[in-house]
Design a protein around this ligand. Structure first.
Ligand code: 5GP
Ligand code: ZN
Length: 114
């Protein structure tokens, strides 16, 4: 299930360091290496999926868990106001092709996004 050369699979396997906020058998949450706001962390499934468009019906509970964990951690970290973002595809800004939920907060955020 884990992909050999995937950056986030390497973080899951602890082959690369990360500032981990939460981990269980399904998901891992860790701080973004290049934070775009005072709060910026990622929640990823331990199952390798390339992005949200790769989700299938069997992943529905997992996808919901990413949101539940992300929201709960944002509140735990003291940031009840936050944005939750999935990028899918390079034109949408995706650079790491392992599904990840961005949780961003701690400053006012413009809408629509750039
Ligand atoms: P994307 O642009 O694909 O939606 O988001 C990928 C995110 O992963 C970016 O915000 C980027 O800063 C973050 N990132 C890339 N490499 C690493 C890494 O090695 N460690 C951590 N913690 N974050 C990373
Ligand atoms: Zn992966």
């Amino acid at each position: 299930m884990l992909q050999q050369d995937c950056l986030f699979c390497k973080i899951i396997r602890k082959e690369l360091p990360a500032s981990i906020l939460y981990e269980d058998e399904d998901v891992l949450a860790f701080r973004d290496i290049a934070p775009q706001a005072p709060l910026h962390f990622l929640v990823i499934p331990k199952k390798h999926l390339s992005g949200p468009a790769a989700l299938t019906a069997e992943d529905e509970i997992l996808a919901g868990k990413l949101l539940r964990v992300g929201g709960a951690l944002a509140v735990r970290e003291g940031f009840p106001h936050f944005r939750a973002v999935f990028n899918n595809g390079a034109e949408a800004g995706q650079t790491v092709f392992h599904l990840h939920l961005h949780i961003i907060g701690g400053r006012s955020l413009a809408w629509p996004p750039g």
